[in-house]
Design a binder for this molecule. Structure first.
Ligand SMILES: [Ca+2]
Length: 269
């Protein structure tokens, strides 16, 4: 083929030469890389992206496509989560500097998620992100519950804070989460007391999260609202009721006509 072209006119040779330059330019652009690493620590899934633009790149953007029922939090480097499209987006970065970008994934479901991503350089060269493309996701307590209750934009709103009380009932968000109440509707007290007419025992009954995310319930009982006694030593009957919840029933011994139960929720350090 080369011999054949060499016999053509000078103009034809010029065209061949331009084609060669274009091939070189394309080759250089493809040397840019985007590499994903996924790590899980204490149930928290963190994704890290190592982005290496070509020298001389003028601008680049990076995107990650998350699976359904998942959202990104703690996004570095000015990135943002587009809840409508399920995408994490960064940029444009107006230089050719290598960057490490990261975020955490919150999921409402147990799922093995596929994560796809690209880095786009100078608006023309798209590089598919390589490296780890799957992540084992599990519901992770309060954040997963917030995501399921309100959607991904909750992480940008003050209502997510444990002490906030959006619906004006007696229960801040941490309590609504622990007992799986409705965060935007007024709830009745989640702990019920029922006297067993046969044995005279008082049942203390409630549903709660199986994964309370560091929150711990302290219960005490009284007959006169003055002297309070811990539930320590009382062994509850616990039943898995699905959806990440369990049904709990304590029994207070018979012998008292009046019972009061006091509950407080604390977050372990
Ligand atoms: Ca409520």
């Amino acid at each position: 083929m080369i011999d054949k072209f060499s016999k053509l006119s000078g103009g034809a040779r010029t065209i061949v030469l331009c084609a060669a330059i274009l091939l070189i330019a394309t080759s250089v652009a493809r040397s840019a890389t985007a590499t994903r690493t996924v790590t899980t620590t204490a149930g928290l899934v963190t994704v890290e992206l190592a982005i290496q633009p070509d020298a001389g790149a003028k601008a680049f953007c990076v995107e990650e496509q998350l699976p359904p029922n998942a959202a990104a939090r703690a996004i570095s480097s000015g990135g943002a989560f587009d809840a409508n499209r399920g995408k994490v987006k960064w940029g444009p970065f107006l230089d050719d500097q290598a960057r490490t970008l990261n975020y955490q994934i919150i999921s409402t479901d147990s799922q093995t998620a596929t994560i796809l991503g690209t880095a786009s350089f100078d608006g023309t060269s798209n590089v598919t992100t390589t490296g780890t493309t799957t992540a084992a996701l599990e519901p992770s307590g309060l954040d997963s519950w917030l995501l399921a209750s309100w959607g991904a934009d909750i992480f940008d709103r003050p209502e997510r804070l444990p002490d906030s009380n959006v619906d004006g009932d007696d229960f801040p968000i941490a309590v609504e989460f622990y007992f799986n109440l409705r965060p935007d509707e007024v709830d009745a007290h989640p702990i019920q007391l029922m006297r067993d007419e046969g044995s005279g025992e008082v049942a203390v009954i409630f549903d709660r999260q199986k994964n309370p995310d560091g929150y711990q319930l302290e219960l005490s009982h009284s007959t006169d609202l003055s002297a309070w006694f811990s539930f320590d030593g009382l062994l509850p009957a616990v039943q898995d009721i699905g959806s990440g919840l369990e049904h709990v029933e304590y029994r207070l011994p018979a012998g008292e006509d009046v019972r009061f139960v006091r509950a407080s929720l604390e977050q372990l350090p």
